[in-house]
Design a protein around this ligand. Structure first.
Ligand code: ADP
Ligand code: MG
Length: 306
């Protein structure tokens, strides 16, 4: 199968939404943006052996690469619309491609994102890059920089599951819930959309709460106090790991792809699936307390260039 047959078979889905005039197959895609909205552009790359274990199922790689991009779209309060895919393969097994595209389109279809183009290459290390274009009401994108003193800090879902799941994978221990929280993160698009006009600042948690909240606070020029006992933890995380590990995974484990945002508490009372964990402060430090005592957290999260 040559490259063009491969693209035609696995990536060109024929049926196109009305906002795609030209999709896969020409030199570029021709898209129809809605007027009076701002566009939001995101990109993320996953590399075998760096971002996921090399033995990861292709379907999970496909799902995850879309989900991590959707998470950035969610953190901006945007609606996802179009995506492109740069795929570096190390063989052209049809089984690999069938499984990969099953996962890729499963994640895309959950949010009606159309694949409108891409690039296909070959090299030793499997690498997948996805870009997503979304849109949001004019001047309404959620930024990291808008937090106010006195805002309540919230997170969606539960924290630490993905890092715990990766830990299980590495030790060849089965925990279906925790492992799926790593392999198939839930992009919080609906919550992000509900926060438009309400949240003052938002970020998605890809490198661990401590490090990512610090980025939000530094963009806002403020600090915060977070109460560790308020962090939402899943039952499987609490059953499988001791308190020390739960805290480490929840605060500094990466890959959760939950949202962290700040808002005036009364404006988000009707939004479900969120937990208040602390308060934004004028003094620029980020402080964690446990049982009323200040505790030290290694907030490095995961860094590519330490
Ligand atoms: P060009 O040489 O003009 O860059 P290509 O031969 O790389 O074009 O790609 C042909 C068409 O197939 C383009 O529309 C491109 O967007 C699409 N395409 C290539 N690889 C992929 C992929 N992995 N996923 C989706 N579309 C792809
Ligand atoms: Mg061309």
């Amino acid at each position: 199968m040559n490259e063009f047959e491969l693209i035609g078979r696995y990536f060109d889905r024929k049926q196109k939404p009305a906002d795609v005039k030209v999709g896969v197959g020409d030199d570029g895609a021709v898209l129809v943006p809605e007027t009076d909205r701002d566009q939001v552009q995101v990109i993320d790359t996953l590399i075998a052996g760096v971002h996921f274990p090399v033995e990861t199922k292709p379907a999970d790689i496909g799902y995850r690469v879309v989900a991590v991009n959707l998470s950035d779209i969610a953190a901006m309060g945007a609606r996802p619309r179009w995506m492109t895919l740069a795929l570096t393969l190390n063989d052209n097994s049809e089984q690999w491609l069938q499984s990969f595209t099953n996962g890729l389109f499963e994640a895309a279809d959950e949010h009606n994102v159309a694949l409108v183009g891409g690039d296909t290459t070959r090299a030793a290390q499997v690498t997948v890059t996805v870009t997503i274009t979304g849109d949001v009401e004019r001047n309404a994108a959620l930024l990291r920089s808008g937090a106010n003193v006195g805002d309540t800090i919230y997170v969606t879902g539960t924290l630490g599951d993905a890092a715990a799941g990766l830990d299980c994978l590495r030790r060849h221990q089965a925990d279906a819930f925790l492992v799926s929280r790593f392999l198939r993160p839930t992009a919080r698009i609906e919550t992000g959309r509900a926060l438009v006009g309400k949240a003052h600042a938002a970020i998605d948690i890809s490198d661990g709460l401590a490090g990512d909240l610090k980025k939000l606070l530094s963009a806002s020029g403020l600090g915060a106090c977070v109460e560790i006992e308020r962090l939402p933890l899943s039952t499987p995380l609490q059953q499988r790991f001791d308190a020390q590990h739960q805290m480490r995974f929840a605060l500094t484990g990466g890959d959760d792809y939950e949202l962290c945002f700040t808002a005036a508490a009364d404006t988000v009372a009707a939004i479900s699936g969120i937990t208040a964990i602390g308060t934004v402060t004028e003094s620029p430090q980020l402080t964690f307390t446990l049982g009323g005592d200040v505790v030290d957290i290694d907030d490095s999260g995961y860094r590519h260039f330490a």
